[in-house]
Design a protein around this ligand. Structure first.
Ligand SMILES: NC(=O)c1ccc[n+]([C@@H]2O[C@H](COP(=O)([O-])OP(=O)(O)OC[C@H]3O[C@@H](n4cnc5c(N)ncnc54)[C@H](OP(=O)(O)O)[C@@H]3O)[C@@H](O)[C@H]2O)c1
Length: 322
């Protein structure tokens, strides 16, 4: 009888000669992803908001993978000026980028605004990555078989995009803001996937959700949640070395990118909303996103939307005005 082998980091093909950019690589899932990509031969750019933490992370990776080729770049996703400057540096230095992992994130932060006037979680988790990806598109399209992997979360299922109050100005809830940002991550990954596929680009866009993972993501949780959560955490949380597997799997390079997989986030099977007790860990698998994400992308709706555009992709109403 044939048994299916579980997917593991050992299945990542040799990435020698490729360049990977990982945001938020100074800790948690991003740090482990960067380490694994470096172990497989990629030149890894640690795109971090705090260069000192980035250098410390690079030293840690180097101590474990002596052959690692690493570059640390400052990139604060909550400041669009920093994203622009960081992307420009990356474009100059790396005309070809084979993998961009949009991983950095903050969760459940107190109400705060970025210098650009955006809500902090939405700005860091979604807007910064949206801008970064757009600014790096030329380098990504220049690399054969390149991929953009956006780390979302199972909590996208609880998310709702509140277009009337996108930045929580009227009413701020730290939980809703995070869920909204993670839904936005997934919608972005899917729409990018569709647009790339329609334009015939070789570049593919995928999304991943890590499953509950022991990282520093909870640093902004309210104190009672932290007090209650920490004794229970070992029962539910997987180590970061496991939490990075869905992102790693989504980002593995193939000669022909599987177009369909951009529709679904990769992650552990979620019987309890993504919670996996360590002894019941499963390998990353392809999952359906919620209807909130899939809704706007059903083929009939896209066909209708396309029919409403001229051959340059402009809406008819806009064309008539010009
Ligand atoms: N852990 C989980 O259970 C879980 C579950 C679902 C999804 N996720 C997602 O997984 C991703 C990684 O999170 P994690 O669990 O590894 O948490 P983490 O250990 O806190 O890592 C988050 C990383 O993002 C960086 N970051 C925060 N704000 C930034 C900014 N403005 N600019 C650039 N980098 C910034 C942090 O940098 P510093 O080191 O400077 O703070 C850190 O390196 C996030 O997108 C998160 O939403 C995690």
């Amino acid at each position: 009888m044939r048994t299916r082998r579980r997917w593991s980091a050992a299945d990542v093909p040799d990435r020698t000669g490729t360049t990977a950019v990982v945001t938020g690589a100074s800790s948690g899932i991003g740090l482990h992803l960067a380490q694994e990509l470096a172990r497989h031969g990629a030149h890894v750019v640690l795109a971090v908001r705090d260069p000192d933490r980035g250098v410390a992370a690079a030293a840690r990776i180097q101590s474990r993978v002596p052959s690692a080729q690493l570059t640390v770049r400052r990139l604060d996703l909550s400041r669009l000026a920093s994203v622009r400057a960081g992307a420009e540096e990356l474009r100059d230095r790396f005309p070809r980028i084979h993998l961009l992992v949009n991983n950095a994130g903050v969760m459940w932060t107190d109400r705060a605004r970025t210098p650009d006037g955006h809500e902090l979680q939405f700005a860091t988790n979604h807007l910064g990555h949206f801008a970064l990806t757009g600014l790096l598109l030329d380098s990504l399209r220049a690399a054969p078989g390149a991929r953009v992997v956006t780390i979302s979360s199972y909590l996208h299922r609880l998310g709702r995009i509140d277009f009337r109050d996108l930045h929580g100005e009227r009413r701020y809830s730290r939980y809703r803001a995070y869920n909204q940002s993670k839904l936005a991550n997934l919608m972005f990954a899917l729409e990018l996937h569709h647009r790339l596929a329609e334009s015939g680009a070789e570049l593919a866009s995928l999304a991943a959700h890590p499953g509950l993972t022991a990282t520093g993501l909870g640093r902004d949780f309210p104190a009672p949640v932290r007090r209650l959560g920490s004794p229970l955490a070992p029962l539910f949380l997987q180590p970061a070395a496991a939490g990075m597997l869905p992102g790693l799997r989504a980002g593995r390079t193939r000669a022909r990118a599987p177009r369909r997989s951009g529709r679904r986030p990769r992650g552990p099977a979620p019987p309890l909303g993504g919670v996996r007790a360590p002894h019941r860990r499963t390998p990353p698998a392809v999952r359906q996103p919620s209807r909130a994400v899939a809704g706007p992308f059903i083929p009939a709706r896209r066909r209708r939307a396309r029919r409403a555009c001229d051959r340059h992709g402009r809406p008819w109403s806009a064309r008539r005005r010009t």
